[in-house]
Ligand binder design. Sequence first.
Ligand code: KIV
Length: 284
Amino acid sequence: MVQKKTRLDFMEMKKKGEQAVWITAYDFPMASFAEQAGMDMILVGDSLGMVVLGYQGTIPVTMEDCLSHCKAVRRGAPNTFCIGDMPFLSYQISCEEAVLNAGRFLKEADMDAVKLEGGKRVCNQIKAIADAGILVMGHIGLTPQSSGQLGGFKAQGRDAASARELILDALAIQEAGAYALLLEAVPPELTVFITKKLSIPVYGIGAGGPCDGQLLICGDMLGLFQAFTPKFVKKYANVAEIETNAFKEYIKEVKTGVFPGDEHCYHILKGKEEEFYKMLKEFE
Ligand code: KIV
């Protein structure tokens, strides 16, 4: 049985220069495969809105959506450090709502930590959540919940002025009490600088490296999500093609009478055949 990692293990990994590897997962099978494979942690991302619920972005995702998927993931990966992603408007309105909603991820879905998007502007919420004894991870760079303000799903920190803002955000997030930080879609040069500057673990998705670990969205790396593939994704499988081909084969076999075969059938119990056919005759 794998031993679930803790915040201290992730700190130790940073000190030793050991990479933490994680993916997003949204359901029981995906989470159990991730745990069996030896993933260091799992994010139940609000990207579930796009990958499994078919929305165009993450804005419509609700607390109830997130909690329901977190519960399924926890059942699939009981021994993996799991992070619940706080959806849009679950933390922006007030520190009080942020703490209440962060707490629901722990109390109702047995998550180990929560993640929220934004820099200086959400530091009061990060502090309030951390002060309540909850592990909270920051997330800056390309923050999908504010992609409207960013002008789309665009890389961030590519010039000195915006990179400076991200460094200030990273420092403020650490100061507010976050236990870790995620950088999304920023230049590797900035990632390396922030990773060295911060004492908490700094992870990247589309942020190059080296940093303290890498995250990929399961739908992207498995080739499940077809709407678009960001430049930073490496596809390790093409599950969409495997599934579509399997469905096509099934349709063909049913229509041509190949499936179901005799080996897929439950037959009349041995010794009960005569009685069975006699019964059928009653209806003729
Ligand atoms: O929801 C998610 O999967 C995320 C990643 C994009 C980092 O927040």
